[in-house]
Design a binder for this molecule. Structure first.
Ligand SMILES: Cc1ncc(COP(=O)(O)O)c(C=O)c1O
Length: 403
């Protein structure tokens, strides 16, 4: 498919025949310190509405054989118990925790793998503290791409272990995520390969938009009324927005769903900018939901655009509410989500009245479950006690189960 790049700041267009990251005219300006300027977005030639079948009709690059790495096409689950408890008859969970590496980030990694293969690149380089790294490492293993991953040495060991096992070259650095980000770009400039840094490579948004096309298909060629999205850097949110925008621009629907940005109150840069109308500013980030703990969101400005354009809103939840939501998802829907993913459900629980008042109890609602609970088992160490073993006798079992 033909596409062009467009600068999000000065709106200049660039041809899509080579790999590009930032607008050369705007990249050197950093209007607000840590925030990248000159990010590019992709403008695709959109499919004829009668021919649009699936995400591949909207993809800027031909997708490689996805049997090797079946990212996306995740189930839309109807949680029977929670649906009746919260009085929403058309409540659904989009189970992206079932992607090959266990998170939504596989969608972006599939697209970056497609980009690398299309341009004959052998390596993908990135900085990540978690799921993006393991997702790319997984896609690299599936498609024979070398993956170089720069991480701050303080990054959570669980997620890094996955990347090491997938065969990525994991390089911990004595520094912060921002320094790993910068180093990964310097490495790409010096030694080649595709850089997959979130937001920096516009294909990360393009890959993530696949979820919106799937939701449209799964709701019977209709869009949901509301989508709940857990937000850190704002790139998943931007991808969801871009996917629905493509559907509108292709004439397949006439409106956007309300996109709801859910953040932890301990990492709320985007929500704060949306509420106050002030430019994005650096904020503290200390939530236990590590995947959404972000002080300077790389995709923040695009996400804000999506929030406003879609008529959505930002909901901020406490870490306690995130852990409660995580327990409820496991216990009452059989869905094991990492804290960042459970944040989306925590947001909906908090917005329950607002949702009912605005959309009614038959609203079509999609909640993105972006990562599996196996990603962060440490979070349960203080709240879950494993039962002690009993002798293998009926008496002991009766005593334990109080029969
Ligand atoms: C499981 C999970 N949920 C939500 C997010 C938030 O995505 P973004 O940083 O693009 O806002 C991430 C990002 O790492 C994630 O891994």
């Amino acid at each position: 498919m033909e596409f062009t790049y467009r600068c999000m700041d000065c709106r200049t267009r660039y041809p899509g025949d080579t790999i590009r990251y930032l607008c050369p005219a705007c990249a050197s300006k950093t209007p607000s310190g840590e925030f990248i300027s000159g990010l590019l977005e992709v403008e695709n030639t959109l499919p004829d509405p009668h021919e649009a079948r699936s995400f591949s009709s909207f993809s800027p690059y031909p997708l490689p054989d996805t049997r090797a790495f079946p990212a996306g096409n995740t189930p839309l689950v109807k949680p029977l118990e929670l649906s009746s408890r919260y009085h929403f008859s058309r409540l659904f969970f989009k189970l992206d925790s079932l992607n090959p590496s266990g998170s939504f980030k596989d969608r972006a990694s599939l697209m970056v793998a497609a980009q690398a293969l299309h341009h004959g690149e052998q390596a993908v380089v990135l900085a990540s503290t978690g799921n993006a790294g393991s997702a790319m490492a997984c896609a690299g293993a599936a498609f024979g791409l070398q993956v170089v991953l720069f991480v701050p040495e303080s990054a959570p060991a669980n997620k890094l272990m996955q990347s090491v096992l997938y065969g990525a070259q994991v390089v911990p650095i004595e520094g912060t995520y921002d320094e790993a980000f910068r180093l990964s770009i310097e490495w790409t400039q010096a030694f080649g390969g595709v850089n997959r840094n979130t937001a920096y490579n516009p294909m990360t948004v393009e890959g993530k938009k696949s979820v919106s096309i799937e939701l449209w298909e799964q709701f019977g060629s209709r869009i949901p009324d509301v989508v709940y999205i857990p937000v850190g850097d704002g790139v998943i949110f931007s991808g969801v927005y871009k996917g629905f925008r493509d559907l509108v621009d292709a004439g397949l629907t006439d409106r956007l769903p309300a996109l709801v940005c859910v953040q932890s109150e301990l990492s709320d840069a985007i929500s704060r900018a949306w509420k106050t109308g002030a430019p994005l500013a650096l904020s503290e980030a200390s939530t236990l939901a590590d995947s959404i703990s972000v002080a300077s969101p790389a995709g923040g400005r695009y996400a804000l655009r999506g929030l406003i354009d879609s008529g959505g809103w930002a909901t901020v939840v406490s870490d306690t509410a995130i852990l409660d939501a995580q327990r409820e998802l496991s216990r009452d829907a059989g869905i094991f989500a990492e804290p960042a993913a459970a944040a989306a459900w925590a947001g909906l629980r908090q917005d329950r009245q607002r949702l009912a008042d605005t959309f009614g109890d038959d609203a079509r609602i999609a909640v993105l479950i972006t990562g599996t609970g196996f990603k962060d088992m440490g979070v349960f160490s203080s709240s879950v006690t494993m039962p002690k073993a009993i002798p293998p006798t009926l008496e002991a079992a009766e005593e334990r189960l109080q029969k």
